[in-house]
Design a protein. Structure first.
Length: 187
């Protein structure tokens, strides 16, 4: 199984990815995690990424793609993966599509977790993170709508988009996700 998780910040992608990864015994690949690991291990790509991070800049798309490619080619990802945090926009999705074809690892589905904005704000304010102010949260949602939400049409047009109602108790979201993927909780 190879799936791409989509949805706004606070929709529960990370939580569901961890449960899905454990059940399906495939890696949960988060771009943030890849970056942190590459930087901590001082890999050649990690050293490049560190320069941008230390300067407070976004890591360029081409470098993120190289990091994702390197991670997807590790042995534990051969039988499947869950991609979380990438792609974030149409150009990244197109590059990812080309990459997955090149390494013969096509994705099965893009999964969108839908949650109303007022609930997303409530959840993120409840996390207690210092940078989760209401103004910052609204800006993150605005950026998501502008840059990432167009991916829904991108994957819908390829008939690979699954929508999951993320505005329900966590176990119900997990059940809906597993049912959509035809995965048993005991897998």
């Amino acid at each position: 199984m190879r799936v791409i998780l989509l949805g706004p910040p606070g929709a529960g992608k990370g939580t569901q990815a961890a449960l899905l990864a454990e059940t399906a015994r495939i890696p949960h690949i988060s771009t943030g995690g890849i970056l942190r690991q590459a930087v901590s291990k001082l890999t050649p790509l990690g050293k490049q990424a560190k320069q941008f991070l230390d300067a407070g800049e976004l890591v360029p798309d081409d470098l993120v793609v190289q990091l994702v490619e390197a991670r997807l080619q590790q042995p534990d990802a051969r039988k499947g993966w869950i991609l979380d945090g990438f792609p974030r926009n149409i150009p990244q999705a197109e590059v990812l599509h080309t990459l997955l074809e090149a390494i013969a690892q096509p994705y099965d589905y893009a999964i969108d977790f839908t949650v109303p904005d007022d609930e997303l704000v409530r959840r993120m304010l409840g996390r207690g993170r210092g940078d989760d102010t209401e103004a910052v949260i609204h800006r993150r949602l605005e950026v998501y709508r502008e840059q990432t939400e167009p991916l829904l049409d991108y994957y819908r047009s390829r008939q690979t988009l699954l929508a999951i109602d993320g505005n329900q108790p966590m176990k119900a979201v997990t059940t809906a996700l597993f049912e959509a993927l035809q995965l048993s909780a005991a897998a």
